[in-house]
Design a protein around this ligand. Structure first.
Ligand code: AMP
Length: 223
C-alpha cells in the first residue's frame, strides 16, 4: 500500500502515520523527521535546511527530494509506505508522481486530515515529545502519566523547537498557500479521501482504516 497523509500541522498526521505503519507493517516516511535527523547529524544538507525549519518555511525542493529518493529506495519501502509531510507543494507532488511512475509503483491514495484551526493551534502549542523514543504527548489532550516525563522510558519531555507561536502561525500559513493545492491536485486525479481529524486518536484511526480498506492486500494486515 502506497499512501500519502496530508494535513495541516497539528492535524495528527505523525501520530496516525505511526499507527498505520505498525498495523500494515509499512514504513512511515516523514520528511520532517528525516530533516531533523539530517540536521542533528551536523551535515551540510542539514545546515542548509535549518533556517527554513527554524522559521516554519519550506525547505528547498532539491534537499527534500534527495532525502525522499534515498529513503524510498531502501528495502523496507519496497512493499509500500506512508508519506507523512511530503509532498508539501505542487512541484514536490509532480516530482513524486514521476518518481513513482519510473519504478511502476503508483500511489494508491492521499488522505487529507481535516481539523478546525483552533484545534490545530491547541495541539501544536501543547505538544511535547520524548527525545529518546519519539513518543508524542499533549499537555491538554494526551498528558503523560507523570508530568513532563515519558510514560515509556521516563525521559524528560521537550517541546519541538518549531512549536512556538510565530513559527506555528507561519507553518499554518504555508499549509494553506502551498499544501492545500496539493490536496486539490490529488482530488482532481480522484485520489483524495477527506478524513475528519477531530476527536480521539483511536476514533480518527478507525476512520482512516475504514477509508483504506479497499487498498489493503491480505499480506499487509498485521497477524
Ligand atoms: P513537520 O515535522 O512535518 O512539521 O516538518 C517540520 C519542518 O520541516 C517544516 O516546517 C519544514 O520547514 C520542513 N519540511 C518537512 N517536510 C517538508 C517538505 N516536504 N518540503 C519542505 N519542507 C519540509
Amino acid at each position: 500500500m502506497r499512501i500519502i497523509l496530508l494535513g495541516a500541522p497539528g492535524s495528527g498526521k505523525g501520530t496516525q502515520a505511526k499507527l498505520l505503519s505498525s498495523r500494515y507493517k509499512i514504513p512511515q516516511v516523514a520528511t520532517g523527521d528525516l530533516l531533523r535527523e539530517t540536521l542533528d547529524s551536523g551535515s551540510k544538507l542539514g545546515q542548509r535546511a535549518k533556517e527554513a525549519m527554524d522559521t516554519g518555511r519550506l525547505v528547498s525542493d532539491d534537499i527534500v527530494l534527495e532525502i525522499i529518493r534515498e529513503r524510498l529506495a531502501r528495502p523496507d519501502a519496497q512493499d509500500g509506505f506512508i508519506l507523512d509531510g511530503f509532498p508539501r507543494n505542487i512541484s514536490q507532488a509532480k516530482s513524486l508522481e514521476k518518481m513513482l511512475a519510473k519504478i511502476e509503483q503508483p500511489l494508491d491514495t492521499a488522505l487529507l486530515l481535516e481539523a478546525d484551526p483552533d484545534a490545530l493551534i491547541q495541539r501544536l502549542a501543547g505538544r511535547l515529545t520524548c527525545p529518546t523514543c519519539g513518543r508524542v504527548y499533549n499537555i491538554y489532550t494526551k498528558p503523560p502519566r507523570i508530568e513532563g516525563h515519558c510514560d515509556r522510558d521516563g525521559t524528560e519531555l521537550t517541546p519541538r523547537s518549531d512549536d512556538n507561536e510565530t513559527t506555528i502561525a507561519n507553518r499554518l500559513r504555508v499549509f494553506e498557500s502551498h499544501t492545500r493545492p496539493v490536496a486539490e491536485f490529488y482530488e482532481s486525479r480522484e485520489k483524495l479521501i477527506k478524513i475528519d481529524a477531530e476527536g480521539e486518536i483511536n476514533e480518527v484511526a478507525k476512520r482512516l482504516r475504514a477509508a483504506l480498506r479497499p487498498y489493503v492486500s491480505r499480506k499487509t494486515i498485521k497477524k
